[in-house]
Design a binder for this molecule. Structure first.
Ligand code: NAD
Ligand code: IPM
Ligand code: MN
Length: 347
């Protein structure tokens, strides 16, 4: 029997609640599908930082390297640890260390979910660059704390990094509708985004079966609300993709529905699966976090591991649950009620 080793990083706020739900679903679907999941939970989090002075141990990345995949809840508890410390101590270093350069985020309405657009005719796949660009982490301060203080934060776009994410976008477009939207801002950013557009044009010649359109990020933000059906695969830089995918989450009914996969396509290192949302401090003590985003991310993990049938079973169970009106209205059902409903849909 096939055994998968999964590292769990529940981390902060609602993270542990939604990861508990995801693990229950993972156990049920693996039994139903004839494979085994061995999971190991790591307590790396803001609470861990309080006790150890770091978000994960020094050899954290090497520990994770031995797993087939990582399932992460949410990182951040800004009341106790600054986000600039916690996120740069756990989530972002994992994405970079394992070159998980693709952040794949699907946005579509589940049955029974009445999104704010009051329409269901859209199905977006956002491909976000995940290791460089605006998140390169290159910068610094001088004259700190004085009126002359300067803060510099440099975006780094490499041709290699831009080409591999755009290529991934073209490949996904080829597998879906044949339409690709490349997100730019070359009217204002005349170095990085001009490179982005050049590489888009070069690849368009190679993928001449894909219809590619470049949109400025501001214009595509409006288009996602006004005409989301006109978009299919959307490929964007790290920060643009971050912002557009919270908007994608909004049009699919809320952050409780939005799933994501941080992927290194060559599969030589673990990829990481996590909901788009954060630790939701405002609802962390209420027991009403929607686990669907985390469970959907688990389905993406199963697909990545080669368990497509199990992945489809999980997606069908989520859809059957929301179709019955459970978990479809944000804030109404408890995490436990939604999880139980999903579990009961898995034979
Ligand atoms: P957030 O995503 O945590 O919350 C935004 C809003 O969405 C809140 O009103 C919250 O209650 C709601 N929400 C989020 N997930 C939900 C769910 N599953 N069910 C129901 N409602 C949900 O974003 P934020 O408030 O900007 O950030 C809180 C903390 O999380 C910060 O420390 C931030 O840096 C961190 N964060 C982490 C990640 C991550 O680990 N991937 C992602 C985003 C934010
Ligand atoms: C996300 C999050 C992270 C990001 C933060 C917490 C650093 O917002 O996964 O979308 O910006 O990538
Ligand atoms: Mn985000």
């Amino acid at each position: 029997m096939k055994i998968y080793k999964i590292a769990l990083l529940p981390a902060d706020g609602i993270g542990p609640q939604v990861i508990d739900a995801a693990v229950e679903v993972l156990e049920k679907v693996s039994t139903a599908s004839g494979f085994t999941v061995e999971h190991t939970t790591f307590p790396w989090s803001c609470a861990y930082y309080r006790d150890h002075g770091s978000m994960m141990p020094e050899d954290g990345i090497d520990v994770l390297r031995k797993f087939d995949a990582i399932l992460l809840g949410a990182v951040g508890w800004p009341a106790e640890v600054p986000d600039s410390v916690s996120l740069h101590g756990l989530l972002l270093p994992i994405r970079k260390a394992f070159s998980q350069y693709v952040n794949m985020r699907p946005h579509r309405l589940l049955p029974g979910v009445d999104g704010p657009l009051k329409r269901s005719d859209f199905d977006l796949l956002c491909i976000r660059e995940n290791t460089e660009g605006e998140y390169s982490g290159a910068g610094g301060n001088v004259h700190k704390g004085t009126p002359d203080e300067v803060a510099v934060e440099t975006s780094i776009f490499t041709r290699r990094g831009v080409e591999r994410i755009l290529r991934y976008g073209f490949e996904q477009a080829r597998k879906r509708s044949g339409r690709l939207a490349s997100v730019t801002k070359s009217n204002a950013q005349r170095y990085s985004m001009v490179l982005w557009d050049e590489v888009t044009r070069e690849l368009a010649e190679e993928y001449n079966d894909v219809a590619v359109t470049s949109y400025h990020v501001d214009a595509i933000a409006a288009r996602m609300i006004m005409a989301p059906e006109s978009l299919d695969v959307v490929v964007a830089s790290n920060l643009f993709g971050d912002i557009l995918t919270d908007m994608g989450a909004a049009i699919q009914g809320g952050l409780g529905f939005a799933a994501s996969a941080n992927i290194n396509p060559d599969k030589s290192v673990p990829s990481m699966f996590e909901p788009v949302h954060g630790s939701a401090p405002d609802i962390a003590h209420l027991g009403i976090a929607n686990p669907i985003a985390a469970v959907w991310s688990t389905a993406m993990m199963l697909d990545h591991l080669g368990e497509a049938n199990a992945s489809q079973k999980v997606m069908a169970a989520i859809a059957a649950t929301t179709a019955k009106g459970i978990g479809s209205t944000p804030g109404r059902d408890t995490t436990k009620q939604i999880t139980q409903a999903i579990l009961s849909e898995i034979e």
